[in-house]
Design a protein around this ligand. Structure first.
Ligand code: C5P
Length: 293
């Protein structure tokens, strides 16, 4: 039975490593990244309905026309699958915007997967893949649900098994209350030549450490080139990391192009203790959550 409507969770991600290798002639940056899904979700409702695309959203600051990635994903899906029917989409937003957590990219991928289900799988996975890559570098990652190695501009995804070193661990996610636009972070990387021209191989080194050693050993391999411009402009983010490290985080890093800082803790009680200390020191964070890896 093909459903006429469905609801789907749209997860976020963190980058355990984001190593920029250089600027390409098409304006994008060549990179290697280790992405990990996080159990923080937006919720997308989809239904076959009327004509055209009708999108609404719980967050009034988000556009609901073709400026929204969900709308663009639906448009490309219907066009590629040659579907004339209309769709109604409702996005319940929980993941902060411009946070480096891939919320918008996840929403676009979830739209593609959801519509393919709603219309009885008219598109093959390579078609979904190419629509996803054309809409944004991070979107193909969200067509699957495992950790992954990303290369190219981030769109070439190799899924990996969940890492033994992170078994039982928790992510503590802290959003500072301001966002960092991705294009700004990449543009400003030009001022930091060593961050712009990273040596390849770091991603594989981290993956091997996460597969074969413990969290403490693997933590030394966490790295993000985009911290160079972000921490320079927002020193508060450097202070967050310094505090988290001093107070017991095994690993801490900015995710993607920011602005979210995350820490990895061995277990729930260590994560709760650190979250409390963080609030005692910096005051109530704008958005903070602890999720199991
Ligand atoms: O692909 P996406 O739409 O997420 O990229 C947003 C912006 O981030 C791009 O327009 C580009 O400025 C920058 N970017 C980049 N290199 C990448 C990914 C993104 O320069 N690999």
């Amino acid at each position: 039975m093909i459903p006429t409507n469905l609801e789907k969770d749209s997860p976020g991600k963190v980058n355990l490593l984001l190593n920029i290798l250089g600027k390409r002639t098409d304006g994008f940056h060549e990179l290697e990244t280790v992405m990990h899904p996080i159990k923080v979700f937006d919720r997308l409702s989809l239904e076959r309905k009327g004509q055209g695309i009708q999108l609404s959203c719980s967050d009034p600051s988000l556009p609901t026309d073709s400026r929204n990635l969900v709308y663009r994903a639906a448009e490309k899906f219907l066009e590629t699958a040659k579907i004339k029917d209309g769709v109604g989409l409702y996005l319940d937003k929980k993941i902060p915007l411009a946070a480096g957590l891939g919320g918008g990219s996840g929403n676009a991928a979830t739209t593609l997967l959801g519509l393919n289900e709603l219309f009885d799988q008219p598109l093959a996975s390579d078609q979904l893949q190419s629509i996803a890559a054309s809409l944004g570098s991070d979107i193909p990652f969200f067509l699957q649900s495992k950790p992954a190695l990303g290369t190219g501009r981030g769109e070439c995804i190799k899924p990996l098994e969940f890492f033994p070193a992170l078994r039982g661990a928790r992510f503590l996610l802290i959003h500072p209350g301001f966002g960092i636009p991705t294009p700004w972070a990449y543009e400003n990387l030009a001022r930091f030549p060593s961050a712009l021209n990273g040596q390849p191989g770091r991603a594989q080194k981290l993956v091997s450490a996460l597969q074969k050693t413990d969290l403490k050993t693997a933590a030394t391999e966490f790295y993000n080139s985009l911290e160079a411009p972000a921490l320079k402009k927002y020193p508060l983010l450097a202070l967050f990391q310094e505090f988290l490290r001093e107070e017991g985080a095994t690993a801490t890093l900015m995710s993607g192009s920011g602005s979210t800082t995350f820490a990895v803790l061995q277990d729930q009680s260590a994560a709760e203790e650190l979250a409390q200390k963080f609030q005692g020191h910096f005051g109530q964070a704008n958005w903070m959550t602890i999720v199991p890896v």
